[in-house]
Design a protein around this ligand. Sequence first.
Ligand code: COA
Length: 532
Amino acid sequence: MTVLASALDPAGADHTAHREAMLAKLAELEGEHAKALAGGGEKYVQRHRKRGKLLVRERIEMLLDPDTPFLELSPLAGWGSDYPVGASIVTGIGVISGVECLISANDPTVRGGASNPWTLKKALRAHEIARANRLPLVSLVESGGADLPSQKEIFIPGGAMFRDLTRLSASGIPTIAVVFGNSTAGGAYIPGMSDHVIMVKERSKVFLGGPPLVKMATGEESDDESLGGAEMHARTSGLADYFATDEPDALRQARRVVARLNWRKAQSDPGPAEPPKYDTEELLGIVPSDLKVPFDPREVIARIVDGSDFDEFKPLYGHSLATGWAALHGYPVGVLANAQGVLFSEESQKAAQFIQLANQRDIPLLFLHNTTGYMVGRDYEQGGIIKHGAMMINAVSNSRVPHLSVLIGASYGAGHYGMCGRAYDPRFLFAWPSAKSAVMGPQQLAGVMSIVARQSAAAKGQPYDEEADAALRAMVEQQIESESLPLFLSGRLYDDGVIDPRDTRTVLGLCLSALHTAPVEGARGGFGVFRM
Ligand code: COA
């Protein structure tokens, strides 16, 4: 029997306490998501409607096949910054005319849809997802271009927006631009670099320079329509391939363009799968709010994989990392899940072997993070923890099967790297509200800084101010704690979103389906030198 047994007691005091803490965090998360949904706020939403325009999410809804899901990505982009939560753009994966596509849509109610540094990061991340997974890219354009006061942050790196479009096209991935309004100056290159362009009558404005700029530059008198209207671009310049009479017509035409792409997935949907044997609701009560308290990640695996069926690999070896084979919505996955927090030499070597096996078999990998990092101390250093950790990092870096990462608890230090943190290019990375990620725990970091300061004072022969030290430690601890939290990290685009634990299976299923648009081919060799 490979169906996981559960020791969870959903009626127990621990479960109830963990669940309540998680629900409180989810309520906070919902409040932050609501800010993104509200766009530019009531005043700008009303003004937009009065102009007879659809809101960004209404456009997306009309574009997608009825009753199909939209996996919105990075909704908290910009959180904790000077810019509005959501970063004036909506990105995500949805199904158009039966084809999974990446949608990138400006929210014109937020500062005219202008791009600030977080908008740019979010848009470029969306392009990266389209590229890695071979998803057609549909841009719904209506933007004031660069957010002018922050131009220094975005003008130079922002060139990547247009570069990406043509590189996607060069690699055979279709790009479609639907222009609902302003798309001027640099923004004109979004339709300019896309394979297919749809413009809306009397709404699209696509020009390198508007009438005032033209007047200044050449003295010529002009107007929006003759410089960059849909009619002009459809009949005269040829930049518009399709002329839409209004917004719904533009979205209908976009659906027709996608229907005619002849786009086929590398691997089709495996069909219905058996749900887990345990209630997904119980996922709320597994992770303790004090991440120092260990929990068994098999309780999580049992509630997200098909039939709770898990063939554990090397179950008797390296017990603080669970590795094994499962299926999720019918797609095979290899799972690596931290069990006791710390990664030792055995766990590192086991992970390296497991990752190689997944590559030999072309099986995507799922990393469930709850690690405080690699073990430190004399015995472990002498036992070769650096070279063993390096083996795991080598394996994860050079692995070519798709990786999915979910931060469910701690994700500290090089453990974050070995478990395929953001810099290791997982195809998708999500966090639970219970997650925390930083170079180390806040107390440890504050303690290290205090020891260093104490040594420095001693070296200079100066007395050490204990009172100032205590105050500094408390301050540093608080700062690191706040910088470790999912809202903060998601705001900086270090994940693709913070998700409700109960949605994990659905979210991962949507990701697995999308990523099978591209062929799944593991590395057969091509790893760096494994230090033995
Ligand atoms: N940078 C920073 N803020 C911008 C902006 C930009 N590029 N474009 C618009 N905004 C701000 C406006 O200042 C305004 O702020 P406020 O409400 O606090 O006064 C808010 O966004 C809404 O703009 P508004 O002009 O009222 O909206 P609109 O829907 O009538 O017009 C645009 C939208 C985009 C057509 C118009 O704002 C515009 O032409 N912007 C400048 C476009 C440009 O030249 N960009 C440079 C390209 S590189």
